[in-house]
Every structure is written in C-alpha cells, then in structure tokens.
Design a protein around this ligand. Sequence first.
Ligand code: NDP
Length: 284
Amino acid sequence: MNEARQFSYLVIGDPVAHSRSPQMQNAAFEAAGLGRPYGKLRVDPACMGEFAEYARKNLKGVNLTVPHKQVILPFVDELSPQAAACQSVNTLKIVEGKIYGYSTDGAGISGAVQENFGLALKGLNVLMLGAGGAATAIAFELGWQQSASVVIANRSVEKAQALVDKVKVHAPETLMSAIPLADESALAGAIAKADLLLQVTSLGLHDEDPAPMDLELLKLNPGLRVFDAIYRPTPLLKRAAQLGLPAADGREMLIYQGAASFEIWTNIKPSIDAMRRGYAEDGE
Ligand code: NDP
C-alpha cells in the first residue's frame, strides 16, 4: 500500500494500469479547488480484506474496477439500495472508519444516453447485448428508470434470463425478456422494435474480436441509436456510423459514473467538461 500513501482517493483493480479514472477525477478535484488527491493501486483480489482495513484508516473514497466489484462486498458496512440490488460496488465512501458502498454504473448509462442521444431512459425500447457485471447495473437502471421494454441477448441465455428475473422484481412495469445472442431471428425482431441498442459484451475490446452480432441486421431499423460500452471504435460502431445511425462509445458512461462517485464523496457536482478534458489527457 506504500505507493498509495499520498492519496486519499484511489481506483483499485487488477490490472489497473490502463485506468483513466485518476486523470479524470483529478481534473474534477482541481476544478473544485481540491488539489489532485486521486491515485491508482493494483490490488490482488485475495488481499481485499487487507485493503479494506487500509481504506478504513487512510482513505476518503475508492473506485473499484474489474474484478473487485463483487469481491469487496463482504467488507462493506452499508450498501446503497442500488448496490444491494445489483450486488456490485464500484464506489466506496469512508466516513469515520465506516465503509459505505455504492454502484454508480447505472448513473453512468443514464448520463451517457442523455449526453450522446438527448434521450431519457424512461419509455424507451432497449435491446442490450450482454448479461455480465456492467450489463447487470445497466439492466437495473433501465428498470428503475421505467424503460418501456428491455430485451437482453446473451451468449449464455440462462444468465440473461436470471438477470431478467432479478430486475423484474424491482421493475414490474418494464417488459423484460431474454434471448440467445446467436438467435438471429429473435435478434432481428428486437432490433426492428428498439429505440436503443446497448452493446455491453466484452467483444470489441481487442482488434481481432468478432462483432457480437451480424452487423447487417442494423439495416432493419433506420431509427436505431447504437451505444457500445467499450471505449474505442468497435466494428459495431463503425458499421452503425456507415449506415448513418447515431452511435457512441463508452466514454461518456465512464465520465458520468465517475461524476456520480465524485458527488457522493464531496457533495459537489463536478465539472463534466473538466472530467472530459482529464479523460483525454495522456495517462499519469
Ligand atoms: P463481464 O465479464 O462481467 O461480462 C462479459 C459479457 O460479455 C458477458 O455477457 C459474456 O457472455 C459476454 N461475452 C464475453 N465473451 C464473449 C464471446 N466470445 N461471445 C459472446 N459474448 C461474449 O464484463 P463486464 O460486464 O464488466 O464488461 C463488459 C464490457 O463493458 C467490457 O468491454 C467493459 O470494458 C465495458 N464496460 C464499460 C464501462 C463504461 O463505463 N463504459 C463500465 C464497465 C464495463 P456470457 O455471459 O455468455 O459469458
């Protein structure tokens, strides 16, 4: 923990070297006149108990990335309703030695869809590809924000169905269903009806990754907006842009989840423009 001694806020992950949270959060702290108190630390998941004790005594706030969002759960003293429902924590706030856990990934997708497409989630018909950690937080947010319908397409359809069953309990008014990602006719039907396609599988992170679906299906709906949670121009985003569909990568989601964390820690609304500039800086 020694390399992190000078910081009162940290992002932890394993790996974490790639994280842009320090430059993004420090830009917000600086814009608020609070210095640059935020660093990064690689934490082995097996050492989470030790880290939690360090955090209790030395830190004010933490962001958690893969694979820590569930690993931290036993060490949190109190979970927000969102974090409890998703069983996922991406933000810790430490007050007088007590650890409070939050999930701001939902706030991230709401902010990103508003910023990128000028849309609220309420009333939308959504097709989401993926049912992993990020997709779970997004599915809960879609339910809480009363999206009209949500179809979850996943490689393992049982995982998508389990997610549907969990979210339905909290969001009885949203129509929810699960389909296999490989079922092209079900996918085609969902695309034709959707206002918004959310790509939340990990496909697209690497150059050699195949697209998560047949990209020609995008032609079925000229009104579709396409969001990819990955922070780079994936084949899905490129094809959507070629077809003239509004398309956006995951950057604004990262910024808005970080902004929600900042507000939890400081009770101050951060400058989104400063965070965007910080995100675009070279890493530190
Ligand atoms: P998880 O590992 O929890 O989930 C991975 C998902 O991808 C699962 O639905 C999995 O399907 C699917 N998947 C993986 N490999 C394949 C494959 N070969 N074919 C089809 N589906 C596949 O990851 P996360 O949910 O944490 O992250 C998902 C993506 O979202 C990542 O790319 C991450 O970078 C991005 N992300 C972006 C954020 C942002 O702020 N923009 C925030 C968090 C994540 P199955 O269930 O069948 O295994």
